[in-house]
Write a protein that binds this ligand. Structure first.
Ligand code: ZN
Length: 149
């Protein structure tokens, strides 16, 4: 597994001055089973966050589907494991799973999905992570999500 701390630091800095606004996030996923960011952050002043997931690859959803799922870091592995039996139609998430704080739909190459979610249910000081719940992807496709002051 590769980590790129410099890129993380740069993306954190850029988040505050992004053209789309500090409450709007965009993240890409690809055919190499990777997100292009391993951390995301929004100011705690954002009541609503908009997140756009883009799949820049060409592979179909059945082979290389991706979604973006927000959970407490402590819940991530269990949510991923419990989601596998739900199947592709449910985006590999257990229906009604209260541990899922936000999730895009599962998309394939060339597709995108945009969601918006409330930050009022997120607590300052809690550790949050995002990941892809497609079976086997959580090992590589994950990152941290933070509310910043
Ligand atoms: Zn994936």
């Amino acid at each position: 597994m590769r980590f790129t701390p410099l890129v993380v630091a740069a993306s954190l800095l850029a988040a505050g001055s992004a053209i789309a606004g500090p409450c709007d996030l965009e993240i890409e996923s690809n055919d190499a089973m990777k997100f292009n960011k391993d951390s995301l952050a929004v100011p705690a002043s954002c009541k609503k966050v908009t997140l756009k997931l883009v799949h820049t690859g060409k592979m179909p959803k059945v082979a290389m589907g991706h979604n973006w799922v927000l959970v407490k870091t402590a819940d991530m592995q269990a949510v991923a494991t419990d989601g596998i039996p739900a199947g592709a139609d449910k985006g590999y998430l257990k229906p009604g799973d209260a541990r899922v704080l936000a999730a895009t739909k599962l998309i394939g190459g060339g597709e995108s999905d945009t969601i918006s979610f409330d930050t009022t249910k997120l607590k300052a000081g809690e550790a949050y992570s995002f990941f892809c719940s497609f079976p086997g992807h959580v090992g590589l496709m994950k990152g941290t999500f933070a509310l910043t002051k």
